[in-house]
Design a protein around this ligand. Structure first.
Ligand code: DX5
Ligand code: ZN
Length: 221
């Protein structure tokens, strides 16, 4: 069975002073826009507060996939769904009550994502599968763009794919995804690919998205 492949560019390493222009360069080629929210507590970096993020979400011409790397995730995640994100991913390590937060996201009408840092096993969360619309397997330690893809995470991607089975749950990888690593992730079972520096460092970001997509499709068939 061939999986539908989605490419979700991260604007973390885009030119944030010209964000509208940067988003316009990639929106036609992208499935969703991946928005990294960092609070300088859960991760050692800061991106947008809720008000700045809301402006981006409201004006974005395509669906937004919010990746919340924040400590107070149970409180803030529903607000990201309310403001119009198509998908809201919380980190298991940051949440005090994973199930109730995933359910709150869904109740508002967004897809509920569960993110796992490299050191967190999928097996600890497999029993929550009925409350999850997407698993995010981090392929770097969250916090910064431009890091090296952790090949050793492919085993976890494979196990997650096996746990998902036939369910219509997306399996996202995030961190270091590029033309030299996307095949491996697709072959292991990922179907949603975040790419930050690979896209925004390319001369033609939208052509890069097309190339990444082609390569992933060829491995996922
Ligand atoms: C890292 C972020 C990623 C990052 C990806 O914590 O969650 O989304 O922007 O950037 P690249 O593709 O450059 O690793
Ligand atoms: Zn991310």
């Amino acid at each position: 069975m061939s999986r539908e492949i989605r490419i979700t560019p991260s604007i973390l390493n885009a030119d944030l002073a010209n964000l509208d222009k940067e988003i316009a360069r990639i929106s036609a080629a992208s499935d969703l826009l991946h928005l990294d929210i960092m609070d300088n507590i859960f991760v050692p970096n800061f991106t947008f507060d809720f008000s700045a993020a809301s402006e981006i979400i409201r004006s974005c011409p395509i669906d937004v996939d919010a990746h919340l790397m924040v400590a107070d995730v149970d409180k803030i995640a529903p607000a990201y769904a309310e403001v119009g994100c198509a998908s809201v991913t919380i980190h298991a390590e940051a949440s005090q009550n994973v199930v109730s937060t995933l359910r709150a996201i869904r109740r508002i009408g967004a897809r509920a994502g569960l993110g796992l840092k490299p050191g967190t096993t999928i097996e600890s969360y497999a029993d929550l599968i009925d409350d999850v619309d997407m698993f995010l397997i981090m392929t770097v330690e969250p916090g910064f763009g431009g890091q090296k893809f952790m090949h050793e995470m492919m085993e976890k991607v494979r196990r997650t794919r096996a746990i998902i089975g036939d369910r219509p749950i997306w399996l996202q990888v995030d961190g270091g995804v590029s033309m030299s690593t996307i095949s491996e992730a697709a072959e292991a079972g990922a179907d949603v690919f975040v790419a930050g520096s690979a896209v925004f460092n390319a001369d033609d970001p939208s052509a890069m998205i097309d190339s990444l997509r082609k390569l992933a499709i060829s491995m996922a068939d």
